[in-house]
Design a binder for this molecule. Structure first.
Ligand SMILES: Nc1ncnc2c1ncn2[C@@H]1O[C@H](COP(=O)(O)OP(=O)(O)OP(=O)(O)O)[C@@H](O)[C@H]1O
Ligand SMILES: [Mg+2]
Length: 375
């Protein structure tokens, strides 16, 4: 715990009210434009969300707000993120009762076709996402250990915690520091040989981020493109993205606007998890993003006496699914107390116990992933 107190909310809002909202003529706080205000010791940040057409008008306002925030008592570092709200979708043409299997029109804004301008962050050679249909299946555990295993191969690796609603990267990697802003870009933090960025560095652990889609996607976009992941001389070989569960706005942003080189999908053996895998796979496949393979997590529990695998959640489902999809089953990770403990303690098991069974499985998965990305 830091001994320095966080800045006073009232004082910060008063400082922001000295900046005038060009539309309402009121101060920014009074105009209700200060969203998601985060106050940490010596730091303050908030999101200025405006209509897409107003971005140019509010660009100088963002700068003025950042100056006012930096000058507020107790604030040493200030950040104001300007995000544009997407134009509203046209109203649905009426309500129709649908039967299962009937044709339900797709949300046109959600059609996951990659756009021509899709790009990777500067100086990043490969962008690989770790996804799942269902929450809590071990995506972050897999993403952290996969990244650490890639780094062990001597690659330059970044880890982006793109789960802006529930960032777990800082805890799993045991870092929570202030990334520095240098020349308008953020320098990622470093841990376990990885360059790391997470929205969790900006907020208190356990605090919920209640963001609507456009704000969350804008935060991910900034963490991809406003972070100095590599340099022309030392580009990152791979940037691993830990995604939130499901097929929501963040996944769509990635497949529509970013150039994803591959996706690793994590599942547990239960049928309920595999159903969600099919959903996630179907979304990523529509975009042409390459499915690098499945990882079956919590695949079995090794009998403590004999080491014989006990398939607590059933067995064979992920392998059958991988075969059906024509992709490799990259790893079967056992339920392992040391793996759970390592996550909680902020150290990737691959780095601290590289010869343990789960770490060996992660290392083999990392080899298989890189072999495909070389093609
Ligand atoms: N193979 C495993 N053995 C033991 N514990 C595990 C294993 N995999 C994951 N866990 C534990 O399960 C919990 C959930 O894992 P994790 O946070 O990686 O899931 P997630 O899919 O990223 O969740 P979310 O959908 O919330 O992002 C963590 O406490 C983690 O330590
Ligand atoms: Mg997670």
């Amino acid at each position: 715990m830091s001994e320095t107190a966080a800045p006073e909310r009232a004082a910060v809002l008063a400082a922001l009210d000295t900046v005038v909202d060009p539309k309402s003529g009121k101060g920014l706080a009074s105009a209700g434009l200060v969203r998601g205000l985060v106050l940490k010791p010596e730091r303050a940040a908030f999101v200025l969300e405006v209509a897409a057409d107003d971005v140019a008008l509010y660009t100088p306002v963002r700068e003025a707000a950042e100056k006012a925030l930096a000058a507020a008592p107790g604030v040493a570092k200030a950040q104001v993120v300007l995000t544009a709200e997407a134009p509203a979708a046209p109203p649905a043409p009426g309500v129709t009762r649908v039967r299962r299997g009937a044709q339900v029109p797709e949300d046109p804004q959600a059609r996951p076709i990659p756009q021509p301008g899709a790009r990777r962050p500067d100086h990043v050679r490969r962008l690989v996402a770790v996804a799942s249909g269902k929450g809590g299946v071990g995506k972050s555990t897999v993403a952290v250990n996969l990244a650490a295993a890639l780094a062990r191969q001597g690659l330059r690796v970044g880890f982006l915690d793109a789960d802006v609603y529930g960032p777990s990267g800082p805890r799993m990697l045991g870092i929570d520091d202030d990334p520095a802003f240098v020349d308008g870009k953020i320098d990622p933090l470093e841990a376990w040989g990885l360059k790391v960025m997470s929205i969790g560095f900006m907020i208190e652990e356990g605090r919920a981020m209640i963001w609507r889609g456009p704000m969350a996607t804008s935060a991910v976009r900034q963490m991809l493109h406003d972070v100095r992941w590599g340099t022309p001389e030392e580009p990152l070989d791979v940037l691993v993205l830990d995604l939130p569960p499901g097929t929501g706005d963040i996944q769509l942003e990635l497949v529509q606007k970013q150039k994803l080189d591959g996706v690793v999908v994590v599942s547990t053996p239960q049928e309920i998890s595999l159903i969600d895998v099919r959903r996630a796979v179907s979304m990523f496949q529509k975009t042409g993003a390459r499915l690098l393979g499945l990882v079956e997590n919590m695949a079995y529990f090794p009998d403590p006496a004999t080491g014989t695998p006990i398939p607590i959640f059933g067995s064979g489902g992920a392998r059958t699914e991988a075969d059906r999809l024509g992709v490799p089953l990259l790893a079967e990770i056992p339920i392992d107390v040391a793996l759970r403990q390592a996550c909680d303690d902020g150290r990737p098991l691959v780095a601290t116990a590289p010869d343990s069974a789960p770490a060996r499985a992660f290392r083999a998965a990392a080899q298989a992933v890189m072999a495909q990305l070389k093609d």
